[in-house]
Design a protein around this ligand. Structure first.
Ligand SMILES: *Cc1c(COP(=O)(O)O)cnc(C)c1O
Length: 231
């Protein structure tokens, strides 16, 4: 099998598992979007995936996102899923369709001012750390509640929902409480946000736990290793 055949088969397998998860919880599969995480993939494989029709791609490093956006077709929707430093905001804002890793008020203020200067509105998700792991980026729920008003007031920034990562585990079920708390936090924030922000997206679920995430309301899943490992 060529690399392209492998990628096609894996894409189909993931899409099939997405459909089954949606059926189990009575959701429409159209409400869940697959983001192929390309951070460890060779550019030629990413290109093949795009040719296979996979147009939502995720990168964790701003530099690589920006480079690849220049090398691949304009039809690709780039998702920044990794930590963003304020000095990289200029690089990302013109290229990304959605920033999933908005994790501080200071970063939000920077994105806002860059977007306003360029006459853009930047869609973003607030990254939350509901499991309380110290190693993780993201707002603690209480810290987010404290700055929510300030975040939602910033011009040039359209906050569309939340992103989270479950702790590493061999048991996908361990992720369920984290995903569920994230969904409840989104419901709570919706009351605070006002009409300028839709707050309908939940970016959660990776190769090891995406079916659980779908059952708990994910609208974006971010899949890397089960697509690209060993290709
Ligand atoms: C790498 C990465 C993923 C993909 O994880 P896999 O387990 O390889 O599917 C998803 N989200 C984020 C934030 C990542 O850094």
């Amino acid at each position: 099998m060529t690399a392209r055949d492998v990628l096609q088969t894996r894409l189909e397998t993931i899409r099939q598992r997405m459909r089954e998860a949606c059926r189990r919880c009575d959701r429409s599969v159209d409400d869940v979007r697959l983001i192929a995480v390309t951070k460890y993939a060779a550019l030629e494989h990413v290109r093949e995936l795009v040719e296979l029709g996979q147009l939502d791609l995720g990168e964790s490093r701003p530099q690589q996102l920006s480079q690849r956006a220049a090398e691949l077709p304009q039809t690709v929707r780039w998702h920044l899923i990794g930590h963003l430093q304020r000095n990289k905001v200029e690089l990302v804002v013109p290229k990304a369709a959605l920033i999933h890793s908005l994790d501080s008020l200071r970063l939000a203020e920077r994105i806002s001012s860059v977007a306003v200067a360029r006459g853009l509105v930047m869609p973003a998700l607030l990254e939350v750390n509901v499991s309380g792991e110290e190693s993780k980026d993201g707002f603690q729920p209480d810290a987010l509640r404290a700055v929510a008003d300030d975040l939602f007031r910033l011009p040039g920034l359209k906050i569309q929902g939340l992103m989270t990562m479950a702790p590493q585990s061999d048991h996908p079920e361990d992720a369920r409480p984290v995903f569920r708390s994230t969904r409840l936090l989104l419901d709570e924030l919706r009351g605070l946000a006002g009409s300028a922000h839709q707050l309908s997206e939940l970016s959660m679920g990776m190769s090891g736990d995406f079916e659980i995430a779908i059952e708990e309301g994910a609208t974006f899943i971010r899949i890397g290793s089960s697509l690209f490992d060993g290709v």
